[in-house]
Design a protein around this ligand. Sequence first.
Ligand SMILES: *[C@@H]1O[C@H](CO)[C@@H](O)[C@H](O)[C@H]1NC(C)=O
Length: 113
Amino acid sequence: MTTSSFKFLSLAALVVAAVNAATVITPTSLTACQNANIAWSGAQGKVYLSVLQGKDTSQKPIKTFPEQDGASGSLLWAPVDIKPNTEVTIQINDGSGTPNYSSQVTVMPAVGE
Ligand SMILES: *[C@@H]1O[C@H](CO)[C@@H](O)[C@H](O)[C@H]1NC(C)=O
């Protein structure tokens, strides 16, 4: 291996190590009283998903889900028990110790309400 390719590989390893939080896939939409899927990937160990109000990540979650397993997977939120027009952010915690967040989503009112 040449020195330059070694340097490149070391740099690549550093970049991978820095980005080790799991990713929670932002739901395309959330509707009150309807089911939704929350998917994640890149997790290590146990996975804990929770729902924050707004995007203030220092707040206590308004909802927490049971512990999940798997590097990637999805959880059925049945039904979405959050008031319509609430802005929420999904938080993911895993064995990496670094939380990560979805984009902010607004809970839509159920059709007919
Ligand atoms: C957090 O998740 C986003 C995708 O939503 C991802 O691009 C980013 O790398 C993750 N952050 C960390 C620190 O892993």
